[in-house]
Design a protein around this ligand. Structure first.
Ligand code: SF4
Ligand code: SF4
Length: 311
């Protein structure tokens, strides 16, 4: 079985990318499963999704502790140990990272030779006009690397899954073209297909949740501290820089601001303060980039900029 774990931030489309992988495998004649895990369930927070592909029925559920392929939508997750991006990476065949600066990534030397990098964000921005709408490009990258799933199955999966979440028909063609471009950009990994099972080559150890018999599966387990909200010490929220979750940055133009204070009142995280003259000031260490302030501003004084730190 091939196990794929995709990591990103809420808003990247990681759940849909996982569905595209599972659906593309199905269209290619394999068995496929996929499931998301949301964690904090907020835009910009770390999220993950899982996909399993095999020739036979897949009975494995739960977390993928030992993935064959790790797909990372946002390089800044590598600097956030709580996101668990590199968990089990020591036996993964490959890690794909969406980045344009692979040399600067915070990666252990032991993993560098297995890293495959491409700047999906720029391609997605050029194709769709939105940097964070990564589901088609991420799904295409994962499917291409798996090697066993052809392009037509990928495109059918993209049509199915994007239609299911309400993407307009006019946008489907753009997403399909984006997927074609990513598919052509990457080289597939070597894989083995016995007709009864599927695997990526060069796995250095069997996965912990390998099937143990004809009908039994061992389910992976994550400790309760990871599976439940945990307060490990009090009064340290300020030390958690949720600004790292931001995909787009709100920027206030003082020349347009009427000092109405709506952004100050409406910010759900209370990170807008007022200076001595009543102008709003954003605490970028803790602004998560939800852009509600932009929506409530009555005079259009807040615009969004691509968050260079996160991309
Ligand atoms: S409302 Fe604006 S300032 Fe507050 S967290 Fe959202 S984007 Fe940041
Ligand atoms: S909502 Fe707009 S106009 Fe009002 S204080 Fe904020 S930036 Fe200024």
């Amino acid at each position: 079985m091939i196990r794929v774990r995709l990591h990103g931030r809420g808003g990247h489309g990681v759940k849909t990318a996982g569905r595209i992988v599972g659906s593309a495998a199905f269209h290619a004649g394999f068995h496929g499963q996929d499931a998301p895990v949301y964690g904090a369930e907020r835009r910009g927070a770390a999220v993950a999704s899982y996909a399993w592909i095999d020739r036979g029925p897949i009975r494995e559920r739960g977390v993928i502790a030992r993935p064959d392929l790790i797909v990372i939508a946002d390089e800044t997750l590598l600097a956030d140990p709580a996101s668990g991006v590199l968990a089990g990476a020591e036996t993964a065949t490959a890690l794909f990272v969406n980045t344009d600066r692979v040399e600067a990534l915070a990666l252990p030397d032991s993993l560098r030779s297995r890293v495959i990098a491409a700047d999906l964000t720029s391609r997605t921005l050029a194709a769709l006009g939105r940097a964070a709408a990564l589901s088609a490009s991420l799904g295409a990258a994962a499917v291409r690397l798996l090697g066993a799933v052809p392009l037509d199955a990928l495109l059918q999966a993209i049509r199915d899954e994007l239609t299911a979440i309400g993407v307009a028909p006019t946008e489907l063609g753009k997403n399909e073209q984006l997927a074609r471009d990513v598919f052509a950009l990457l080289q597939p990994l070597a894989f083995a297909d016995t007709g009864k099972s599927l695997s990526l080559a060069a796995q250095s150890a069997p996965a912990a949740s390998e099937r143990t018999g004809g009908s039994m599966a061992q389910v992976g387990y994550e400790g309760v501290m990871r599976g439940t909200p945990s307060i490990l010490s009090g009064g340290n929220s300020a030390a958690r820089h949720t600004g790292a979750w931001r995909v787009q940055r709100p920027v206030i133009d003082p020349a347009l601001c009427s000092r109405c204070g709506l952004c100050f009142v409406q910010c759900p995280d209370g990170v807008v303060s007022l200076d001595a003259e009543g102008y709003p000031v954003i605490d970028y260490d803790h602004c998560k980039g939800c852009l509600l302030c932009q929506r409530v501003c009555p005079v259009g004084a807040i615009h969004e900029e691509r968050e260079t730190r996160a991309w």
